[in-house]
Ligand binder design. Sequence first.
Ligand code: FES
Length: 583
Amino acid sequence: MSIFAPLFLETMENEKQLRSREWFGENDKMGFVHRSWMRNQGYPDDLFNRPVIGICNTWSELTPCNGHLREFAEIVKKGVLEAGGFPLEFPVMSLGETIMKPSTMLFRNLASMDVEESIRANPLDGVVLLTGCDKTTPSTVMGACSVDLPTIVVPGGPMLRGDYRGGFIGSGSFNWIIKEKQKTGGITPEELRHVEACAARSAGHCNTMGTASSMASMVEALGLTLPGASAIPAVDARKKTMAWLSGRRIVEMVKEDLTLSKILTRQAFENAIVVNAAVGGSTNLIIHLLAIAGRIGVELTLEDFDKIGSKIPLLVNLMPSGKYLMEDFFYAGGLPVVLKELAERLHRNAITVNGKSISENCEAAECFNPEVIASMEKPWQPEAGIAVLKGNLCENGAVIKPSAATPHLMKHRGRAVVFETMEDYHARIDDPDLDIDEDSVIVLKGVGPKGYPGMPEVGNVDLPEKMILKGVKDMVRISDGRMSGTAYGTVVLHVSPESAIGGTLALVENGDMIELDVEARRLHLDVSEEVLRQRKVAWTAPEPMATRGYVRIYVDHVEQADKGADLDILVGKSGSEVTRDLH
Ligand code: FES
């Protein structure tokens, strides 16, 4: 018999019909076409009878945080082959947070479309998502949810600690003091270059509990990774082991038909909210988790984040809320320790990708460094999480991260100093004649989903130079934008409705008084309804920022922040069926 002959025809006929059989299972013209061209890559015949596992790779040299994922795909393939699957890697749009302009958030939904259509259109039975940098996790999960095949996530892992002058340096944490240091003569250009190299000294994503680490923790808390996967540094050999084992496991998941919707229940989402609070995670999680819930069809609201997460204690001592970095978190035991501590607050029976419940997975977890992971009895803070604000300035809500804010500003009344756009801010913020003091409230408009467009991470704008020189460390800032997960300050974000569509934020004028009361969950513009009505009549919408292409589609269809900023035409799922054939 020829080595190219079909060796396993009988077995394939006895097995449960795999989705990939519709491509590779027929001995007709189209079966010939589907298999024949694939054979030019040297695949033996029996591989076409196996479960086909798509390895969805966000590797890109333009996404430095995911630069090692090309190698990781090869490791996943070993596991898939070993377990009897047929691995096929495919690239999808990758979103490099520190490189792409104007904002990766503008492209999250586009990348999710790429993932969704790439999965559905191809002969895949299961999917492994290789993720890392901030948006590469939610975009791939969102896309996969809209198809709903068995899916496992392999988080790429954080960088090693930054090491600068004998001390730790966290990704992004230096960004927020560069302006201050430059203004006060505290750093030379040469030293700046030196810090850059010290801060990013290994493969991996940001090593603080910023957005990427929050997203990795989120997928583990949702049950979409093998236990303990999220905190392992990218360059630790155990990360490769995790990738290998994930390759093995996805083949079993296909056989068990363990699809995303069986794991992503309402309970799983509630667990993710609790965990994000306990690890001091990013405010960006709100927007991404809402969007993922919208895709898979689970009811989740902005208010849920406050209701479920705001009374959860902070257990993890990681930057930006604390002192340590992801590498330390891993050595201390990682997320399973946090999950075990949180047992009473979690839905313990929520199922995960390995087929076990989240509590079964963390039974044996042990904390090896209580300086990094605290107990529920002695947390770092009694209450963490996100506070959801309401009031006439944010009728559909706004958010603030109390653990990153300055306590005395959490209840504050101040005079608005308004910037109509980001460009306006840059043009005037350091003007010595700017009428501003430390009690003022900086209001930034035009940075919401439609307005920028793409809702960039600019909400934590730098303070005016004259305030920095005066020694002021924090001021209340309000915008319809987001902020980096590595940022801190008394920063009110995600104001909805945004200014570009005529939300009350659009009507704020210099000198208006604004009241922030985090404890009462209130954000109020102290201007009479009648005056606001008159201003609304006089208000004109800004010119749209794009007339064609994807950005036009985005602006026309993007939802507000309180709904997850997905495109309205992408919410929900269409499943994996393809009704029309390739003729
Ligand atoms: Fe990629 Fe922070 S810039 S994870």
